[in-house]
Design a protein around this ligand. Structure first.
Ligand code: HGY
Ligand code: MN
Ligand code: MN
Length: 411
């Protein structure tokens, strides 16, 4: 008999969770340590307690529910994702994975299964990078360092003030490391956030590897001057360097790094007036590759392009890397468990890489890890229009359940 989750119970929880930080356009605004984020995390612990599960919050504010094994010294199989969202996100990114993990623990408990490992549903802190990016999973795996905290993607000042505001410390973040020998593995269910599964008409994605990415702050420096009295040929206009770089990023990647992606997601022009030639342009750029050496080469090529654009317009330019998330292959045994679980449910599967970053790429550095994808309607994500059919959500949860029990039993 194939074990299954309780879809109605999970649906009730899904709708309740989607109301926390829910926006009028059906999206989610639940950035790290926002009021809605705290509300959602407290709700998660309360749902666990209501199910008789143990709760735990570590010194990186990772929130966990635990179903212990008979042997208290048994290793732990981690299941989970993240409850934080991007500024204008969707209802499924991260949240579905945390909910399905909770539902798996409840289904195993309801079935009275005695497993040789503990199961832990975990909500990692700051996956989306309001402050750092994969902060909680990096902390748990020990990949977080003082160097990363010194120049985080969200800015050093914001990190310091937010940690103080919520009662966390850098020491605590660095002390949240868990001994990998206590872990039996990690499984993350997540929406694909791209169009591949939907286009293929496939139920379940078995993730082969998770893309690596690097984030940069890029600052072009020119001269702020009167926009009326400064001749065009006498200008050091920082906005021109920025504009050239945005187009140069696209040209460099499409011409020289097919299969990679790069994005300039934000440009701040200073002083930002009609009648002043821009003296400074601050850009936030990220680039991604499935291969670490290719990511190195991509970083260098884009830095070179920034310097070329600066030279063209007589500007200075500074690039500062504020984050690097290493590409990570998933574990073969975990992929096999996902395949087996999906097959037992009569679901179709395909292997694919993840173009999005995930906590699983941090966990993969220290313990056998894998990811289960479910289709995203139209491939849309990081937007209120993000949607996954409920049937696909239930399929994903049942595959997570089957794979988790298989991995738990096989030790
Ligand atoms: O940026 C990403 O790929 C992920 O959604 N944090
Ligand atoms: Mn995301
Ligand atoms: Mn996510």
């Amino acid at each position: 008999m194939v074990l299954r989750i309780d879809p109605d119970r999970m649906r009730t929880d899904f709708e309740q969770l989607a109301a926390m930080g829910g926006t009028a356009d059906g999206g989610i605004a639940r950035t790290t340590f926002s009021e809605a984020h705290f509300e959602a995390r407290a709700w998660f612990l309360e749902r666990g307690r209501a199910a008789g599960l143990e709760t735990h919050v570590d010194s990186a504010a990772n929130h966990s529910l635990r179903l212990p094994a008979g042997d208290r010294s048994a290793r732990t199989l981690l299941l989970g994702s993240h409850l934080d969202s991007v500024r204008r996100g969707g209802r499924y990114d991260g949240a579905l994975g945390v909910l399905c993990a909770l539902e798996v623990l409840r289904a195993v408990q309801d079935a009275g299964l005695a497993l040789p490992v503990a199961l832990e549903a975990i909500d990692f802190t700051d996956e989306e990078g309001t402050l750092v990016g994969e902060l909680g999973s990096w902390a748990l795996t020990g990949e977080l360092s003082a160097e990363i905290l010194a120049a985080p993607r969200g800015g050093r000042d914001l990190l310091v003030s937010e940690l103080a505001r919520v009662g966390l410390t850098e020491e605590g973040l660095l002390a949240a490391r868990r001994d990998p020998s206590t872990l039996a593995g990690f499984l993350e269910l997540h929406i694909e956030q791209g169009p591949v599964l939907e286009r293929a008409g496939t139920d379940i994605g078995i993730v082969t590897g998770i893309i690596g990415s690097s984030s940069f702050q890029v600052v072009f420096e020119g001269d702020a001057r009167h926009a009326g009295t400064t001749p065009m040929e006498a200008r050091r206009d920082a906005a021109l360097g920025a504009a050239g770089f945005v187009l140069g990023v696209r040209e460099t990647v499409t011409r020289d790094f097919p299969g990679c992606v790069a994005t300039v997601g934000d440009i701040q022009i200073e002083p930002g007036s009609f009648n002043v030639v821009p003296g400074r342009a601050r850009l936030r750029m990220e680039c991604r590759s499935l291969d670490p050496e290719e990511l190195d080469a991509l970083e260098l090529a884009l830095a070179e392009r920034a310097r070329a654009e600066a030279a063209t317009y007589g500007l200075e330019v500074e690039l500062r890397r504020v984050g690097r998330w290493e590409p990570a292959p998933t574990d073969e045994r975990v992929r096999a468990a996902i395949e087996l679980a999906a097959g037992a449910l009569g679901l179709t599967t395909m292997e694919l890489p993840s173009g999005a970053g995930h906590d699983a790429q941090a966990l993969a550095q220290v313990t056998p890890s894998g990811m289960i994808f479910v289709p995203s309607a139209g491939g849309v994500s990081h937007d209120p229009a993000e949607h996954t059919a409920w049937e696909d959500c239930v399929n994903g949860a049942n595959v997570l359940l089957g794979a988790a029990v298989d991995l738990a039993r096989s030790g």
